[in-house]
Design a protein around this ligand. Structure first.
Ligand SMILES: NC(=O)c1ccc[n+]([C@@H]2O[C@H](COP(=O)([O-])OP(=O)(O)OC[C@H]3O[C@@H](n4cnc5c(N)ncnc54)[C@H](OP(=O)(O)O)[C@@H]3O)[C@@H](O)[C@H]2O)c1
Length: 341
């Protein structure tokens, strides 16, 4: 079988040459273990935290030569565990490889592999709308952002997995959703998903687009990005605005201190002067309730999931790198490792 291993720690944004594909024997499940056949893997931006030579934040620092970590949807190919049967589809974190042996009794804080109900939606959504990104969107908009009907919510990286669901949750709650994304086609896709207005941060007239999209300012800013996008949004936030801080992808490759200039003085001034409420959070805290609500809204036709698929494990390094360097995909970017049975 094939697996993708870490060949070099990422310097700045990851690139395909930071990874290597190896062929190894398919592992065998031992006592109370299961053998998983990988169907889908998600190239999540937060995996980047594990690729710094020195751990800066997050839970794991990968060793060179280790199999790439990350969430997957898999089929149980062999089971020596009473809770799992051959043919079950599960979501877990079995990494970038065609097969993996997992011991459900020794799972981390995320719990044992979660069974996926294929009657709700395609099983790939367990990595998107009905998985971590969906939970994160829910936590950011419902629990941290506390969005109310009539409020305007601006969302950065809005065409990504989290942002595309977050904007639709805003609409379910009766708010006005304004999305920021890179490129005209991504912005058009957001309008198609129901966003009220958009701004293309790669366009020369981004500042004007943002002003037109936020004529009365915004009560909430779900920030996925940081950097220049956030500097452009801050002046539009109303007094007392809430800023759920979901991610800061613009800074993932710069370590603890960027090359400058130092924007913290201006940022601090706006936090105090506008009484901003900024709160970082982890999406996982939305738990089952978040996923149940999103599943219900999907069933009622109020939320659509967007996915973009690249084919084959060999494509994973390029797909992951493109998350940081730009691509045209909308919604959750997935790698199809093997066809579903
Ligand atoms: N707190 C949590 O628990 C949690 C959980 C999941 C994700 N996150 C974070 O949430 C954010 C979105 O995650 P996701 O899963 O939605 O990611 P995603 O689907 O991979 O989308 C990421 C998007 O970010 C945009 N981007 C990348 N570099 C950028 C830059 N320098 N400036 C502006 N935009 C940039 C790109 O879109 P454009 O083409 O539009 O630029 C890219 O497609 C990330 O920061 C991620 O780390 C946090």
């Amino acid at each position: 079988m094939k697996q993708v291993v870490l060949a070099a720690y990422a310097k700045g944004n990851p690139k395909p040459s930071d990874f290597r594909i190896e062929e190894v024997p398919v592992p065998v499940a031992g006592e109370r273990e299961i053998l998983l056949r990988t169907l889908w893997l998600a190239v999540d931006p937060l995996i980047r935290f594990s690729l710094d030579e020195k751990l800066l934040s997050g839970a794991t620092r990968m060793e060179l030569g280790a199999v790439m970590v990350g969430p997957t949807v898999c089929e149980v190919a062999a089971s020596n565990h009473p809770d799992y049967a051959v043919g079950d589809v599960v979501e877990g974190r079995s990494g970038w490889q065609e097969y993996a042996v997992v011991a459900p009794d020794q799972s981390d804080y995320r719990g044992p592999p979660r069974k996926v109900d294929s009657s709700l939606a395609p099983v790939s959504t367990a990595l998107g709308a009905l998985g971590g990104p969906g939970q994160t969107a829910y936590e950011g908009i419902v629990n941290v952002g506390k969005v109310k009907a009539g409020e305007t919510v601006v969302i950065s990286a809005a065409a990504g997995a989290v942002g595309s669901i977050a904007g639709q949750i805003v609409k379910v709650l009766g708010g006005r959703a304004v999305g920021i994304a890179g490129g005209a086609s991504k912005c058009a896709a957001l309008l198609d998903l129901g966003f009220d207005a958009v701004a293309d941060y790669k366009a020369p007239d981004f500042a004007d687009q943002l002003k037109a999209a936020l004529p009365d300012g915004a009560e909430v800013y779900l920030d996925n990005v940081g950097g220049d996008v956030t500097l452009a949004v801050l002046p539009h936030l109303k007094r007392g605005a809430r800023m759920p801080m979901c991610g800061f992808i613009a800074y993932y490759g710069v370590g603890m201190e960027g090359p400058g200039p130092d924007h913290l003085p201006g940022f601090y001034r706006q936090i105090m002067a506008k009484a901003l409420e900024i709160k970082g959070f982890a999406g996982i805290f939305a738990g089952k309730k978040g996923l149940e609500d999103i599943a219900g809204w999907m069933k009622d036709g109020k939320i659509r999931f967007a996915e973009s698929v690249v084919e084959g494990l060999d494509a994973a390094p390029q797909a992951f790198s493109s998350v940081f360097s730009g691509h045209d995909h909308v919604g959750k970017l997935l790698v199809r490792v093997a066809p579903e049975a």
